[in-house]
Write a protein that binds this ligand. Structure first.
Ligand code: GDD
Ligand code: MN
Length: 385
């Protein structure tokens, strides 16, 4: 230890027995607003200006979590951050997903309160101070912006979206006991201890981070809902497509059975079974034109290819391969499945040789094949970057 440090240490020991107190400096944030983004460049400046107005008198920071948007959202955020230390950017490469973006944003913050808001100005940022005041004054875990309590609304949604959203909300009761009017809300605030109670159990699947938190917390949350009206998107377009239904299903399944069997495996196996149908349809039609061995080979390739495409779109939606990586992924998938087929036939033949019935032997082979394909393709084809 240097002389200086020794002096400082003995001085401290003499003058005070209590541990040194850490006081919050004027610039450390009390509230971190996490904003998940994908292609939102033109909304960045506007949202930050509005936050600045709305949060006057509060120590806040905004943390954009951007999934490497091709439109340059991250660069725009960093450009503004050059002159404003309250602005931060977390850029993720080779990843997609609203929920995981929010989770990682919260993990990258040190503030005692955390809020989530969409980048596209559809949520009402002017409610943030009221949310913060409420969560503090009433010692709550979560305050939620809800479109379905008196005073809230969904704006100009068409009838079918309202219906689907209502149905999805009822399904949510499968995994959450709390009586939430708007479990799909992407606009809420929570305390750090509340976040920490759920963080290790979160599924991270899909869009529904609020629901995920409520389904994962070890102790039920004390919460309150505040009405807001869902606004119109300013620039860019919605990333919610028809596949969000699928992602939602994955979240529900994960919370229901994920403890026993990975949801990805359930989907992988289901898609694998659909491959059998594709195989026989192709074989049936190909036989009208070519010899059996050629038809069978063709059917095998077609089934593997559709399996790959479906798994890429659904099972591994968050790691989906595009462009050149789609092609190399497909080749690696062919390789994995070919070895899987060898294992399948080997096991089935061995079982059959040991006098198991034909169908049990076949089943054993197929089971080994699908587990192999799943395990190895998750490492070689859809590996995490
Ligand atoms: N980092 C990251 N990664 N951000 C994403 C991704 C992604 O893969 N996909 C979408 N986002 C960001 C968008 O850029 C936007 O800031 C926010 O997440 C919401 O996405 P939108 O595409 O605007 O969704 P929406 O307006 O249709 O849906 C909103 O309302 C729903 C209510 O029905 C969201 O708040 C949903 O969470 C909410 O359920
Ligand atoms: Mn939106």
């Amino acid at each position: 230890m240097s002389r200086l440090l020794q002096d400082a240490a003995s001085n401290a020991a003499e003058t005070e027995s209590a541990p040194p107190e850490i006081t919050r400096s004027a610039t450390s944030a009390e509230l971190t607003i996490v904003v998940p983004t994908f292609n939102e460049r033109d909304n960045v400046e506007l949202l930050i200006a509005r936050l600045d107005t709305a949060l006057h008198g509060i120590e806040w920071e905004v943390l954009y979590v951007d999934d490497d948007s091709p439109d340059g959202t991250a660069a725009k955020v960093r450009e503004l951050a050059q002159t404003d230390p309250r602005i931060r950017c977390l850029q993720r490469i080779g990843r997609r997903g609203l929920s995981t973006a929010v989770i990682e944003g919260m993990l990258a913050s040190s503030a005692p309160y955390l809020a989530v808001i969409d980048a596209d100005l559809q949520h009402d940022e002017s409610l943030l101070p009221q949310m913060l005041a409420t969560i503090k004054a009433e010692h709550l875990d979560v305050v939620i912006g809800s479109r379905h309590v008196a005073g809230g609304g969904v704006g100009d949604w068409d009838r079918s979206r309202v219906k689907i959203s209502g149905f999805a909300a009822r399904l949510a009761q499968l995994i959450v006991a709390a009586d939430l009017t708007d479990p799909m809300s992407g606009f809420f605030m929570l305390s750090r201890p509340a976040f920490e109670r759920a963080v290790r159990r979160l599924s991270g699947q899909g869009f529904k981070i609020l629901l995920d938190l409520f389904a994962s917390t070890t102790i039920p949350y004390q919460f309150k809902e505040i009405p807001y009206v869902f606004g119109r998107r300013q620039h860019g377009e919605s990333k919610l497509d028809s596949l969000v239904v699928w992602e939602y299903l994955m979240l529900l399944l994960d919370k229901l059975v994920g403890r026993y069997v990975p949801v990805r495996f359930v989907f992988f196996a289901a898609i694998g079974s659909s491959g059998v149908v594709v195989h026989f349809l192709t074989l049936y039609f190909a036989l009208k034109a070519v010899e059996f061995p050629v038809a069978q080979a063709l059917a095998t390739v077609v089934a593997m290819t559709t399996n790959f495409a479906l798994n890429n779109m659904l099972t591994y939606r968050d790691r989906r391969l595009v462009g050149r990586r789609f092609v190399t992924g497909l080749v690696s998938f062919y390789a994995v499945c070919s070895l899987g087929a060898v294992a399948n036939v080997g096991i089935a033949s061995a079982a059959f040789a040991h006098h198991y019935t034909w169908w049990l032997s076949g089943l054993a082979g197929a089971a080994v094949g699908v587990v192999w394909n799943y395990a190895v393709s998750s490492v070689f084809t859809w590996h995490r970057k």
